[in-house]
Design a protein. Structure first.
Length: 484
């Protein structure tokens, strides 16, 4: 590497041409609008056509083309970009192609769901790579931080207005902020914002950073995403404990603040807004479930068992899976729509994609779990068969799963290192956004067990955007200068 030097974008501005700065910021603003705000106008208010919900797909095609046309991308790259992101991304792409080719011959899977599978899994990573290749600097981190907080604060008045409908219609899913008909995505975004605000407070000791936190915690619990009610508290606690090297008093004080407020205020509000399902949290019901042993037949547990059965029936599937987009992934569901309510407004592709019959393995293992009569704890999600880990293991095998998991493992290590570096350099924005990234990663890993959230762009794209500042700290080379 010629002219390699220690580099962190939140300290030194790299020599990036003005046109690239403009392009980078426009892309950032457009992505934020598409993932966090567009559904307010297409679904909640209905003033824009629903087709705009898919606007990230042509943008993804552009991002791929820009990365491939290296002379059009003039930013610098660091070693983490090249070794920890680009290489496994190429390996995962190659493995999907291999799995698709093998299963086209063996099982006659469809090509379009396989392509969509690749898009859903790699879309946020490709956007992050492009923004990094275009260059990332202190001003970008500052603008991203302001956007994150501003859009997070917008969720408060919008959700409070929606809460009246929650009570009148007895439907907590209506408290969705700017995220249309999917309030779970709002909850994820709120986690990022809360973690960022806590990070700023921990470094700067300014109480103003904590002022919005109570309201954000309230709207998180007012929404009906009950499977994350208790993990949320644990996530914030773990994030603060692993990232914050300051005094134990302030560390535990911040964690206690969130925990106490959630237990004394937010969860009781959630019990009111989600009264239909929180009745199942009674100890009598829980003890009956534990005594009956029915918990071992949960769809989530059975889905992992079924993967083992697939491997036994088709040994080659252990390595290459049964084919991308052919079993239980979001890409598969997009075309087969094996759900209880395929015409639900939360199904964003309804009216755009005509359902096709599920494959033999989906018919055997997934359909019975979706349509079985028992709904445990009042939730079809907890008892449902869908989760990202099963989809990866089943559709691209152990090798494909390991490659994809390696990307998130490397990113997690890098973000933790960036948080510690930011604290040592007293860089409040980088520390806060690194804490948000850590809590976002933990939340995504939890959500991925509940459903195919690793393929949900309105969750993964915001996460990968807040990952960029941490990933951009490292050793810079002039690899990206060859086209200048």
């Amino acid at each position: 590497m010629i002219g390699a030097k220690a580099y962190c974008p939140d300290r030194v501005l790299p020599p990036v041409a003005a046109p690239d700065q403009v392009l980078r910021r426009r892309l950032l603003y457009l992505l934020i609008f598409l993932v966090a705000l567009v559904r307010l106008f297409t679904e909640t208010l209905g003033v824009l056509p629903r087709a705009l919900n898919f606007a990230d797909l042509p943008l993804f095609v552009y991002a791929c083309a820009a990365l491939l046309a290296r002379r059009d991308v003039t930013g610098e790259t660091n070693s983490f970009y090249r070794r920890s992101l680009s290489r496994p991304l190429k390996m995962f792409t190659g493995w999907i192609i291999l799995s698709t080719a093998v299963n086209l011959l063996l099982h006659g899977i469809h090509l379009l769901p396989a392509v969509l599978y690749w898009v859903f899994h790699l879309e946020p990573i490709v956007f992050a790579l492009l923004l990094m290749r275009l260059g990332w600097n202190q001003e970008d981190t500052h603008k991203l931080s302001k956007l994150l907080v501003a859009i997070g604060l917008v969720q408060i008045p919008v959700s409070l207005i929606q809460i009246s409908s929650v009570f009148s219609e007895d439907n907590p899913d209506l408290a969705s902020g700017t995220f249309g008909t999917n309030g779970s995505q709002m909850c994820f975004f709120v986690v990022l914002v809360i973690a960022y605000l806590l990070g700023r407070y921990l470094m700067e000791s300014k109480i103003r950073w904590l002022l919005p936190v109570p309201a954000l915690v309230v709207i998180f619990y007012a929404q009906g995403f009950k499977a994350l009610w208790f993990p949320f508290i644990l996530t914030i606690a773990i994030g603060v404990l692993v990232c914050y090297p300051g005094s134990k008093r302030r560390k535990w004080g911040s964690v206690t603040l969130v925990v106490v407020f959630a237990l004394l205020v937010a969860i009781p509000i959630g019990r009111v807004t989600s009264a239909q399902t929180t009745q199942f949290l009674r100890w009598e019901y829980v003890s009956d479930v534990l005594r009956s042993g029915v918990i071992w037949n949960l769809g989530k547990i059975q889905s992992f068992v079924n993967v083992g059965m697939i491997y036994t029936d088709y040994p080659i599937a252990t390595f290459v899976g049964v084919g991308p987009g052919s079993y239980s992934s979001r890409a598969s569901q997009t075309f087969t729509q094996v759900v209880l309510e395929p015409d639900s407004p939360t199904n964003v592709v309804h009216g755009y994609v005509s359902p096709t019959p599920p494959g033999a393995l989906t018919e055997k293992y997934i359909v019975p779990e979706v349509f079985k009569s028992e709904v445990l704890f009042g939730s079809g999600t907890i008892d449902g068969p869908f989760n990202s880990y099963v989809a990866l293991l089943a559709e691209v095998g152990v090798v494909g799963f390991a490659i994809y998991a390696a990307i998130y493992y490397r990113v997690s290590k890098k973000v933790l290192a960036a948080a510690r570096q930011a604290w040592g350099e007293r860089n409040p924005e980088l520390f806060a956004i690194s804490l948000a990234a850590v809590c976002g990663l933990l939340t995504l890993f939890e959500m991925a067990f509940l459903d195919n959230w690793l393929e949900a762009s309105r969750v993964t794209i915001p996460l990968w955007l807040v990952l960029i500042p941490a990933m951009s700290c490292g050793e810079v080379s002039n690899v990206g200068k060859q086209g200048r």
